[in-house]
Design a protein around this ligand. Structure first.
Ligand code: UDP
Length: 452
């Protein structure tokens, strides 16, 4: 009987995709599974240098064809995906051969659903594969229905997808309703799923019960989230306090010092994640909205984006109230008692982090699944207010301020706080011993060990 299975974990190279897979790896490791994280040479060289935090997960590089500059050096996202598939398939195959020649057996390959070609490599080597979805199950189900041609999305109409309330066409992920410069993605997300032995999702049963039950009839779905570090949830992995991987550097003590002297539940934390680009007009609306609202705030604006701030924004009047940083330790910030609400782009990690740490949100989605997550946060989970954009897609300062005030000052804010506290407790339970996600991870380990 095999007591120590070995899995390869292959995230798509982006902050929001690596974080959940690393965490899944840590859980597997804690249950006796050897894990090897595979990332691109570009990420390996530039970002995974601090390997200590990823505990004993081993890390191996493969090429995406852009070893010097990564995604940003590709001509387009389409050409990145195409090259990654071509070069990555060969490079992954070479790595598997090398690992096997060195005497390593490999029991499963768990790959990000954005890279379905990994499943073909797994098949070539006779290894079981599992697709790992970093989006909400509800979002996945929309992708699935579009991919299979089961629904179409005519402009102005609404769609029905099993397990979800009616969704307006514009509330579906932009990869399917507004291809714009990203035509390659919708094809990618559900490719090869039928060949995968498992489908993993970074969600939790209670959060998306109906849609999960529907999807469980289709695949061997393992719902294993939320994949926050254990110390923010069940606290069973004692050293697991952060993801252990950061694309950008942060000045943690400056942020915490700023939060420490603010009243409880008063401060607005604003972040649009690792990739969204807002443009000068939108930044201006947020900037003056924050000034008008007179609230204390911490705003993450990545270094390259800071030039889009109005020139006179960081004058004394504003800096007395707000701190702008290029990056922060988001989990520590969200867990701080001064935080009153989180203005978020609704990336799914940020969504789950807000829910798991009990922080109400103002949803200001930009693209992809964020648009759908914002609907879920507001209308289904009741943990926030979705801010309206105008006909040009711009969120005006008045709308933003009114959503912030709703959370911080209105009665509706109290209801939202109660809801989010309920979800926070359920998220913890899901990962705790015997919880739904813990059980799904156990089942997977048991299947790997051929004991189930
Ligand atoms: N994050 C962080 N510091 C920041 C902003 C974001 O550590 O200043 C982390 C955040 O905790 C989350 C991830 O980056 O885990 C962003 O993932 P998400 O899915 O929210 O958005 P994406 O970056 O993929 O758009």
């Amino acid at each position: 009987m095999n007591k120590s299975p070995h899995v390869l974990l292959i995230p798509y190279p982006a902050q929001g995709h690596i974080n959940p897979i690393i965490q899944f790896g840590k859980r597997l490791l804690s249950k006796g599974v050897k894990t090897t994280l595979i990332t691109t040479i570009f990420f390996f060289n530039s970002n995974l240098t601090n390997k200590t935090n990823t505990t004993s997960i081993e890390i191996e590089p493969i090429s995406d064809g852009f070893d010097e500059g990564g995604y940003d050096s590709a001509d387009s996202s389409e050409s990145y995906l195409k090259t990654f598939k071509e070069v990555g398939s060969k490079s992954l195959g070479d790595l598997i051969k090398k690992l096997q020649d060195e005497g390593n057996k490999i029991d499963a390959i768990i790959y990000d659903s954005f890279m379905p070609w990994c499943m073909d490599v797994a098949v070539e080597f006779g290894i079981d594969g599992g697709a790992f979805f970093t989006q909400a199950c509800g979002v996945n189900n929309i992708y699935y229905h579009v991919h299979k041609g089961l629904i179409s999305l005519p402009v102005g109409e609404s769609v029905s997808v099993p397990g979800l309330p009616v969704v307006e066409w514009w509330e579906t992920p932009s990869f399917v309703h507004d291809l714009g410069p990203y035509p390659g993605w919708s094809e990618t997300v559900f490719g090869n799923i039928d060949k995968a032995r498992w489908v993993f999702s970074n969600s939790f049963y209670q959060l998306e019960k109906e849609v999960i039950e529907w999807m469980q009839n289709m695949w061997k779905l393992k719902v294993i989230g939320p994949t926050l570090p254990s110390m923010y949830l069940d606290k069973r992995l004692k050293n697991d306090k952060d993801y252990g991987f950061n694309l950008f550097k942060s000045n943690h003590s400056e942020c915490i010092k700023w939060l420490n002297d603010k009243p409880k539940k008063s401060l607005v934390y604003i972040s649009f994640g690792s990739a969204a680009k807002l443009g000068p007009k939108q930044m201006e609306e947020i900037a003056w909205g924050l000034r008008d609202s007179n609230v204390n705030f911490l705003w993450v604006i990545r270094a390259k984006e800071q030039e889009n701030l109005p020139k006179d924004f960081l004058d004394k009047r504003v800096t007395e109230k707000g701190l702008v940083v290029a990056w922060c330790r988001q989990l520590d910030v969200l867990a701080h008692e001064s935080i009153g609400c989180f203005v978020t782009h609704c990336g799914f990690n940020s969504t789950l982090e807000a829910i798991s740490l009990g922080v109400p949100v103002v949803g200001m989605p930009q693209w992809t699944d964020q648009i759908t997550n914002a609907k879920f946060l507001d209308e289904i989970w009741g943990v926030g207010a979705r801010v309206k954009a105008d006909e040009n897609g711009l969120v005006r300062r008045g709308n933003l301020v009114s959503c912030i005030k709703t959370i911080l000052e209105d009665e509706r804010g109290d209801v939202i706080r109660e809801n989010v506290a309920k979800w926070r407790d359920l998220a913890k339970l899901a990962l705790d011993e015997g919880g739904s996600s813990d059980q799904h991870i156990d089942e997977f380990v048991c299947e790997l060990m051929h004991e189930c």
